[in-house]
Design a protein. Sequence first.
Length: 899
Amino acid sequence: MNGDPLDARFPFRPGSAESVEADRDKPSRKLAKTFDPAHFEERWYRTWEEEGRFQPAGPPGSPRFVMVIPPPNVTGRLHIGHAFGRTLEDILARWKRMLGYRVLWVPGTDHAGIATQMVIEKELAKQGIDRRQLGREKFVERVWAWKRDAKDTIQSQIRRLGCSLDWTRERFTLDPDLSLAVRHAFVQLYREGLIYRGRYVVNWCPRCGTAVSDLEVVHKETDGSLYHIRYDVSGVPSGAVVATTRPETMLGDTALAIHPDDPRTAKFRGKVAILPIVGRELPVIEDSILVDREFGTGVVKVTPAHDANDFASAQRYHLPEVVVIGPDGKMTAEAGEYAGLDRFEARKEIVKRLAAENRLLGADPHRISLGHCQRCDTVIEPYLSTQWFVKVGPLARPAIRAVETGEVRFVPEMWTKTYFEWMRNIHDWCISRQLWWGHRIPAFTCANGHVNVTEEDPAACETCGSEDLEQDPDVLDTWFSSQLWPFSVFGWPKKTRDLDDFYPTDVLVTGYDILFFWVARMIMAGIHFMESVPFSTVNLHGLVRLAGEKMSKTRGNVVDPLVAIDEFGADALRFTYASSATSGTTVTLDRERLAGSRSFATKLWNAARFTLSQLDGKARAGSLEGRALSLPDRWILSRLSTTVSDVNRHLAAFRFDEAAQALYGFLWHELCDGYLEMVKPVLSGGDGDENAREIARGVLERCLTDSLALAHPFMPFLTEEIWEKLTGRPGTLIVSPYPAGDPARLDPGAERAVERLRSLVTRVRNFRRERRVSPTEPVVLTVEASPEESEEIRTLEPLLRHLARLSEFRFGPPEDGAQRDVVSGVAVGLALPVGTAPADRGGVARRLSQVEGEIGELSAKLQNPAFLERAPGEIVEKTRRRLRELEERRAALGTAASE
RNA sequence: GGGGGGUUAGCUCAGCGGUAGAGCGCCUGCUUUACACGCAGGAAGUCGCAGGUUCGAAACCUGCACCCCCCACCA
């Protein structure tokens, strides 16, 4: 496509390959000082793939987790929105794989009939070629060539994202097997009477030259005019006035219609009108379905060939059809002097003519909802033609039931309503397309007009034996093949082992924009052809939007995920996607977020670097069982345990954002900002307690091990890179067990103690800040607490001194002039060494007013008898306790302030 | 015309019945021997408006306003 010189399978950044080789020769346990994702992304992807990690492992029958990729269109490159969904899928795939499931995630691409054909037509147009000059066969060849490039590009993009797809099972909707599936499905539906051929007014795109389905028409409110036109009527001298937004279609009128019960128009009953310009006689029909008594003049022009409602009316009243607009959007010979004119030009001319003839009584401004082609934005023309349709009603009913019963569930749940709404008002589906790129309709018409619909190309007509057969030139709507995807990829209609093993799939992840196009139809097709729903959960994600101009304008084209990966690394892009995956309908991406994720990746890298340096060649507690863990040890293990269960819980609920946040908060603020700082003195301290050091190292190792595993689904590359250094088992994190929350490690006591420690440290630091004292200057802290509290604080005292950089710490009453306060329930005094006490900068006053405000609220609450009576006792007690604490604080702060 | 979603800190968004949260941005300090893609401290929100339910509502109910999306054959 753009001459990508890279190996299509491993299209990673040039230059990285050499460094990878260099790395391999040096089995250093140290991480590079600077975090450079380009250094190892390719290496790990190659390793995983070569070692078959992306293929389902484990015996058939063991718990499995299966997804099929929503096949991207082979129209070009993936954009930043595709990469979003694929990332979420890969997070699920990796998570489930680590949980021990036999994971299969099937890759593939979609031929995307109309979209791809359009792209090639444009390419040809650049060379001044029209596809008709080329002919069908040559044209389709060109598309195939294009498809090969596009497929490679797409595949390489997905690889760089790190997606663990089983490439040995890659499929394309036009592959022979899948084409067979399409043909089989068509024939079956035809025989069941669920596919029929008929002449109807359909949505027609004059530019694409094909019919499209209702879903492919995009309605837009447009300013138009409602023209009032007078038709002569025999015996009614004033004539009849009809209102229309499309005067050019009047040339195809074959009747006027009135409502049978409308007194305004009763005078036209049984009369004959004369079509202006053309002079054709038009019967006046009475049609209560077509005519709305409330609207307009009560007289409607009937144009069967150019309006679906009029067509239906014409069927009822056996009116002739006159086609005045052709498939190219130009007026036909039937339009007489207007023949050859574009439909919109013709409108102007006809309006002019009517005005000249004094038949135009007015043109009121009118808002109309105009259909546009989803692909090329051309105004859709209702066009009378013979097309193939799927009778959807019988397919929809069981598909509705499947969702009602919960066999299929939508996440987020709100989409269920949307699904029902659409399914319960579903219309037949026009599936034939007048295109060249796609699955040819397997219908063969003989010289005598008999239609043969067969799985094998027939040699002779089934009805009359004629050997003069011609295949329908049309192809099928792309979505006709896409709807079979969850089972056609496994070889259906053949009874393959894969089909047996892997259908139905488990989860489908896709954008909500194709809920009707694809998801609903897959549910219908799955139930109909396979007798079971194609997946049990549909996770519909939002659509990606780029924030402002920050990304596109100043920084070039970040719309391509590869650009983002080059700049920030695949892990950072993935983490950004995960943390942006809220349950809303739009996902806003911007550079700042990407940069934030890259920082997070770097943070993990550096934390690992530090940890590895502490572990390298040093003894550590192998098992933590039965060891004398310190409070910080117990605290971080407790937090780890909580984080692990949170992440698992959020992933199970498809809350990738919450999962990412839990991971982020733990890793950054608890492990790095908290624990690492707390163990530094232990690790490097001169207290000679080698036992404590070993334990601390053991805890560090456990934390890093679990953090890497926990983070792996989100950030597979860098976690695997670190894992190698940590464990010496390269490329195995992907198949290592995912951490499970360990309730035995939950330790509320340790959490309380360490949180208090951290609050005390913070209080000292902000005391310094308020007094404008530098962090290195001495501060004295005194603490008055209950014996148990004091005991707990005493064990943390060295840490408290170190982290708060106290010059002095003691239990007992504050010294004179100290700032008093209550922190986590203990009374404290904060003092600067004698003589050097700069004035308080308003900190106390601010705190005091906050405290007083809250005291006011709480005491009002506690004075309210209704609250005491009706609120749960536990809440009342909590409120009392809180009030007592605040009062203590007020007292303490007040004392200091008065001095 | 029908249906759905939104309105919370400057920005992007979580929270959905018991003391307002995150990331980014902002302010102020800091060569604390993993990390300035860093550390520490801080400011910042009548949770769209009006009623109602409740001891208690950003969360539940009812209206209203404004935004977004989807569906629809009203000339």
